[in-house]
Design a protein around this ligand. Structure first.
Ligand code: BGC
Length: 514
């Protein structure tokens, strides 16, 4: 997911420069990073629903599925099967911390190359896996790739993008993720009938964006910021000229040098991040990620085909339904691109909470009423479930999906931005892991209650957005502290320390003076 994206949503300094071929190539490379991640989100649920895959690696699950009439909700409940999906996120969690170091020390480009190499190894291992160990080992490599790429690619993107399109590029990365998910859904649907190795094709196609990223990254430049940060100032200026397509880049160059100087004065950003005044953006960054995952989105993204089979669809219809939800996800992300700077973040988040709450309750209600432990859901009901899933996904895709990343990227001051954002990335990976590992077991034990569980979380996040989330629309990134945090009824108390201490000291001294 996006990391260290320096979003510019307010007044953006106008530097000279065009949208050059170079920048376009970079966007395409970044697209590969997003596609790579999205494809992996989408592919696991599809292959999990394929019998050939289950027979080969999870025979007991396949056998249980044959007796599905004995228990609808529990046919996929298997820790190892969930580990197949979730293992990727543990590796990504660890990699994201290492990647923030490699990004600063060696640059964005080598970090992306490293990501693609891990990814290619992971694709090879999963595609040709002969046993479950090799499969999981492969997923761990994919996770390392995702962790490295998600830290480096968005940072690379935001540093190379001309300032005026930086904000839009932030959400574009999410758009590419959703396109990756959709492609995975389509591939799963297309190869589902190719026996017995259709699932291997699904797993193997993940190599395409990884290979493109690997080869593409040989052809691109390191970012000027990274070069200047690592004292290669002349090279940095030369690259800046090339990517902007103009000779006079002095103002932008000076601003990068200045930003690097300011950032270099903070030698321990993590230490600074633990200070009281860093708490508001840090809490928001972490909480936005936790809430994003506890909407239940990945229960749908990972396990939609499985879920649709649970409500009574055949394997084919289930895969097709996932294609539909994938398409809704992509299209609705455009809504966010268009609306986020017009209606603001809070309006989108709050509206989506209502929409997601209602849909989760309807899905839960239908399953509670009509999907007994054995037997199928009436076909009308199953259709309503698919429609409700689409409405749910739409709400997520124009709100908590992109904004879960955008808000943490725009609320930290420069000196703690990188460190702060790595907390957002790792919180996301951790919560994604938890959902991936627990959802099928929760479905088995809570049955329809799982949807009410997510609905309850949505109420909590709605209240949080209502009372504690400040609006950041149109506020320049570097004015957040004064214009947002210090004005907020709750968060302002975190900034009054110095004044309060001074006041207390004066009050203590005054009696003696009198
Ligand atoms: C989330 C992913 C999710 C995706 C769905 C992203 O913002 O971080 O976990 O699968 O959206 O589109």
């Amino acid at each position: 997911m996006p990391a260290v994206v320096i979003a510019n949503t307010g007044d953006v300094p106008e530097f000279e420069g065009k949208i050059t071929f170079n920048v376009i190539v970079c966007v395409l490379i970044a697209a590969c990073g997003g596609l790579m991640f999205g494809y992996d989100i989408g592919v696991s649920g599809g292959v999990t629903a394929m019998d050939d895959f289950l027979k080969k690696f999870f025979y007991e699950v396949w056998e249980r599925k044959q007796h599905a009439h004995e228990n609808n909700y529990c046919k996929y409940d298997n820790q190892k099967l969930q580990l197949f999906t979730s293992s990727l996120y543990v590796a990504a969690l660890i990699a994201s911390f290492i990647a923030s170091k490699t990004c600063s020390k060696y640059g964005r480009k080598p970090t992306m190359q490293l990501a693609s190499i891990f990814f290619i190894i992971g694709v090879a291992l999963t595609t040709f896996a002969v046993n479950i160990e090799m499969l999981i080992f492969g997923r761990l490599h994919l996770g390392l790739g995702v962790g490295f790429a998600n830290q480096a690619v968005p940072l690379f993107l935001s540093e190379l993008a001309p300032a005026k399109i930086r904000g839009a590029l932030n959400i574009s990365f999410q758009l590419f993720i959703t396109i990756g998910i959709l492609i995975a859904n389509v591939v799963n649907y297309a190869v589902g009938k190719i026996h017995p190795y259709g699932f291997r094709i699904s797993l193997g196609i993940a190599g395409v964006p990884a290979l493109m990223l690997c080869l593409g990254s040989l052809a691109i430049h390191e970012t000027p910021t990274s070069l200047i940060e690592r004292k290669k100032v002349e090279e940095g200026r030369a690259v800046l000229k090339k990517i902007r397509g103009v000779d006079n880049v002095d103002r932008e160059y000076d601003s990068i040098v200045h930003a690097c100087e300011v950032a270099s004065q903070i030698t321990q950003p993590y230490h600074k991040l633990m200070k009281r005044e860093s708490r508001p953006p840090l809490v928001i960054a972490i909480v936005m990620q936790v809430f994003q995952q506890f909407t239940g989105i990945n229960a749908i993204m990972f396990y939609a085909p499985v879920l649709f089979q649970t409500v009574g669809f055949g394997s084919d219809a289930a895969l097709l339904s996932s294609v539909i939800t994938g398409l809704v996800n992509v299209l609705s992300t455009f809504v966010s691109v268009v609306l986020v700077d017009r209606v603001g973040r809070r309006a989108l988040l709050l509206e989506a909470c209502v929409q997601m709450f209602i849909t989760q309750c309807i899905i839960g209600g239908i399953l509670m009423k009509d999907l007994k432990i054995t037997g199928n859901l009436p076909s009308g009901d199953a259709l309503v479930v698919v429609i409700m899933v689409c409405v749910f996904v739409a709400g997520f895709a124009w709100s908590w999906g992109p904004l879960g990343w955008l808000i943490p990227s725009e609320t930290f001051p420069l000196e703690t931005r990188t460190a702060g954002f790595s907390f957002a990335v790792s919180s996301n990976m951790l919560c994604t892991f938890v959902i991936a590992q627990a959802f099928l077991s929760m479905l088995c034990h809570l049955r329809s209650g799982i949807f009410f569980f997510f609905a309850a979380w949505i109420v909590v996040m709605g209240l949080f957005a209502l009372f504690l989330l400040p609006e950041t629309k149109g506020v320049p990134v570097d004015e957040m502290v004064d214009r947002v945090w210090k004005q907020h009824w709750f968060w302002k108390r975190f900034f009054n320390d110095e004044q309060a201490v001074e006041k207390r000291e004066t009050e203590m001294i005054r009696p003696h003076l009198i």
